[in-house]
Design a protein around this ligand. Sequence first.
Ligand code: COS
Length: 386
Amino acid sequence: MALDQESFELLKMSLDRFIQERLMPAEDVVEESDDVPSDIVDDMRALGLFGLSIPEEYGGIGLSMSQECEVAYALGHTALAFRSVVGTNIGIGSQGILMDGTEVQKAEYLPAIASGELIVSFALTEPDAGSDVASLRARAVPDGGDYLLSGTKRFITNAPRAGAFTLMARTGESGAKGITAFLVPASLPGLSLGKPDKKMGQRGTKTCDVHLDNVRVPATNIIGGVPGRGFKTAMKVLDRGRLHISALACGMASRIQRESIAYAQQRKQFGKRIGEFQLVQAMLADSQAELLAGWSLVQACARRYDGKPPALGDPEISMQASCAKMYATEMVGRVADRGVQIHGGAGYINEYKVERFYRDVRLLRLYEGTTQIQQLVIGKHLMRSE
Ligand code: COS
């Protein structure tokens, strides 16, 4: 699956213009209001951003992973809240349905997800199951032809905006094999939302708890129709999500570099522009080399991903996605830190963008698997290989 090159170039041109002319000027509004203005969300729908990764037959644009990474890289150049609005529809919310759903589920859900009419969230994490997903406790108990779902899901991105959830609950034995993925409409009785999370950064992104109190879900809403496959579905979705996040991290590193270079070119100290000092140039050079290394790694891993049908899962691809996620998100943390350093005291003041980006990028090393989880995935894979 891929969009032809000519159409993709046109899409990228419109997107770049949209980022420059609509999103960047609205960054302060997002920061101050802690929300993304609804007219911008409407424009995102019109541009097709919600359906980037959904095949054309279901009303999406059908980008390849490499193309999706280029889009994530472009969106990384502005407040991360904008990408977050569309992020769950492009990635972790929709991909379980696409990879493992039945034809009926795909036909029912994907067109509305692609158009952005339906926002879909990914509900995996729980208060006591973060990195250790296999220990999750939300229960799904069979009742007639239905399941009754109970439990709490935590830090669920876009939950306040969501019309449906791809939600993992336990239908069987302890561990990974007892986990099932369900499609859960947000309107079902017994489903309620917690208070909005107050986060360190990424203002404008919406996360909260999702509480399930005997929510009756038909068995036909099990993704793929077979219980016990939810853990693998979640892991495959995360492999893809991790590549997307690494591209986003590189985009944000590039933006922080731009801000830092612009500052170094105009700020004067000791009678010179600070960018003329070699110690400042050294920081910029380190960031530039790391940014290029990260982005090259992400592109190479995305190309490799495109060579393999995603529904199958592949330990080599998981390992590569974890390498990309680990390197790119750690890298942008270092770039943001240097960005603040280059700005000096101004970098600690919120009228300069680097102060905000420094806080925003911190999350990239945590969600969709911490750096330590990426190390585990990589290490496990290496120890298994001959
Ligand atoms: N694709 C397909 N199958 C996968 C897979 C993948 N990427 N990763 C694991 N599996 C399969 C394994 O092959 C194994 O299958 P079998 O039992 O048939 O052999 C099964 O899933 C269990 O795998 P494993 O034993 O590796 O599971 P663990 O409980 O050890 O968990 C980690 C592995 C820690 C990597 C996983 O729990 C994880 O990714 N945690 C972080 C979760 C996360 O990112 N949370 C963020 C919240 S979502 S925003």
